[in-house]
Design a protein around this ligand. Structure first.
Ligand code: GAP
Length: 455
């Protein structure tokens, strides 16, 4: 099993320095368990969400998406079991009064001061607030701790409006909130985070087959987007310790800088949620099977993943340090579909005639992909900067370009360079971003350097 190559300090440092992630409310000393995504971070996050949405919704006939509200009727959380069961065991140090999640600390003493710990008590991690101007028991609502319930309570709305046949799924992405007792490991465990969840409704009895199917699909999704297969693993939950709604649960775990941890949970939720909401609301949430002429409550398979944990995993696996002459090159080898910037346009000088030409080249391609125009510092430093933010291709415009209307394209991973006609640039970049070999040339192109190993 291969070991992780990057430590957390380097990742946090890079994220701060290059504008991927900042601490929330940093100028006030920060708010624990909350993070802000900077200019590059938001691009990476959106690309991750888009890659998931494409694979889970847009590329499939058996899937639809929704976006439900974060605040839901409080009865939802009674019926789902969260009001009673969504708890973590909390222990408090009798010496320094610090609180810990009992299942996340080793031993029986306080990890902070070595003092004695209280008996564990169950702490409900849902955030409470009030709806409307009066703050009383009748106006209590919760910030959702998972997006999943939005899909269950809309099951019949979706069924009636889309006329989907089983098996089919409902997917959504959105913020969830958990008042975690302890947060940590950067964006891994926070109090405000984003989830991408899908509820796949199946005929009872076919659930085991579909569980295997989704486990396989989800593992492939990570690998197809650049995660090393040897950095993923599957952890089967013990039957005795399953969540209150689950028949079977597997975690997909990833080798994070701090070790193996859950990136995604796959749960077989049976008909628990639909039945609970049916009973509590009085609205029948079942399915009429045209073929067998039966009414039944579907079973559910749920792949549930955190966007922030995906972000950290894609970042950790992309991070490479390579010797480059006397220095070390830091490069984020993101899959092109996830890279925050796809192409950088780098004029060799700021001289007016060259800048005008380079801006014209930029204009021709900027509508197609996320681009950056950078004319500061030496070309070597600019390449370094683009490597460090994971830009797959740099396009250099030099004085010769004004004569021959050709530009140099540099490949991030191999550092190989080709020179191609500007007229072929857009087509060539599109092909290479889709996986074409870098040294494959368009008409009128030539290889400038081909020392690096081609990916
Ligand atoms: N609907 C099922 C559900 O929410 P979960 O295992 O509690 O299951 C699913 O959460 C995923 O959400 C986790 O695998 C993780 O990626 C992410 N997640 C959960 N709690 C989180 C937290 N405090 N911070 C960041 N991500 C979290």
């Amino acid at each position: 099993m291969s070991e992780t190559t990057v430590n957390m300090e380097k990742l946090v440092n890079l994220c701060q320095r290059r504008g991927f992630v900042f601490q929330s409310s940093e100028i006030y000393g920060g708010l624990s368990g909350c993070w802000d995504y900077g200019p590059l971070g938001i691009e990476l996050k959106r690309n991750i969400k888009q890659a998931w949405w494409k694979a889970m919704v847009q590329d499939r006939d058996d899937m639809v998406g929704i976006e439900s509200s974060i605040l839901m009727a409080p009865q939802v959380w009674v019926a789902s079991g969260h009001l009673v069961n969504f708890t973590d065991p909390l222990v408090e140090c009798k010496g320094c009064n610090q609180r810990f999640r009992a299942d996340l600390i080793a031993g029986t003493k306080c990890p902070n001061c070595g003092g004695a710990l209280s008996e564990p008590r169950n702490f409900n991690t849902m955030f409470k607030t009030f709806i409307g101007p009066v703050e009383n028991d009748a106006s209590v609502v919760y910030l959702r701790p998972e997006t999943a319930q939005g899909m269950f309570v809309n099951f019949d709305n979706v069924l009636q409006t889309t006329r989907k046949k089983l098996p089919f799924g409902i997917a959504q992405q959105g913020k969830s909130f958990r008042n975690e007792i302890t947060t940590g490991n950067f964006i891994f465990r926070s109090r405000e985070f984003e989830q991408m969840e899908m509820e796949y409704f199946v005929k009872p009895g076919t659930d085991e087959k579909w569980f295997e199917y989704w486990l396989n699909e989800r593992m492939n999704w990570y690998v197809n987007h650049g995660i090393k297969r040897e950095h993923l693993s599957i952890l089967e939950h013990e039957k005795a310790k399953l969540a209150h709604y689950a028949k079977r649960v597997c975690d997909i775990t990833f080798l994070y800088p701090m070790g193996w941890e859950e990136i995604e949970g796959l749960a077989s939720r049976t008909d628990y949620d639909l039945k609970q909401h049916s009973n509590a609301s009085g609205k029948v949430l079942d399915y009429y099977d045209d073929e067998t002429k039966e009414h039944y409550t579907p079973y559910v398979i749920e792949p549930a993943v955190g966007v922030d944990r995906c972000f950290l995993a894609f970042l950790a696996d992309a991070y490479h340090e390579e010797p480059d002459k006397d220095e070390t090159r830091v490069v984020l080898k993101f899959h092109p579909s996830l890279a925050p910037v796809k192409v950088a346009i780098l004029p060799l000088s700021k001289k007016e005639n060259l800048a005008a030409y380079a801006k014209d080249v930029h204009q021709q391609i900027r509508g197609q992909y996320a681009t950056q125009y950078d004319d500061t510092q030496s070309i070597g430093r600019r390449y370094r900067r683009q490597d460090e933010i994971g830009t797959p291709y740099c396009v250099t415009v030099d004085f010769q370009s004004l004569e021959d209307h050709r530009v140099t394209v540099r490949d991030r991973d191999s550092m190989n360079q080709i020179r191609i006609p500007v007229a072929e640039l857009q087509k060539t970049l599109t092909a290479k971003l889709a996986g074409e070999a870098f040294l494959k040339l368009p008409a009128g192109g030539e290889v400038v350097t081909a020392k690096g190993k081609e990916a």
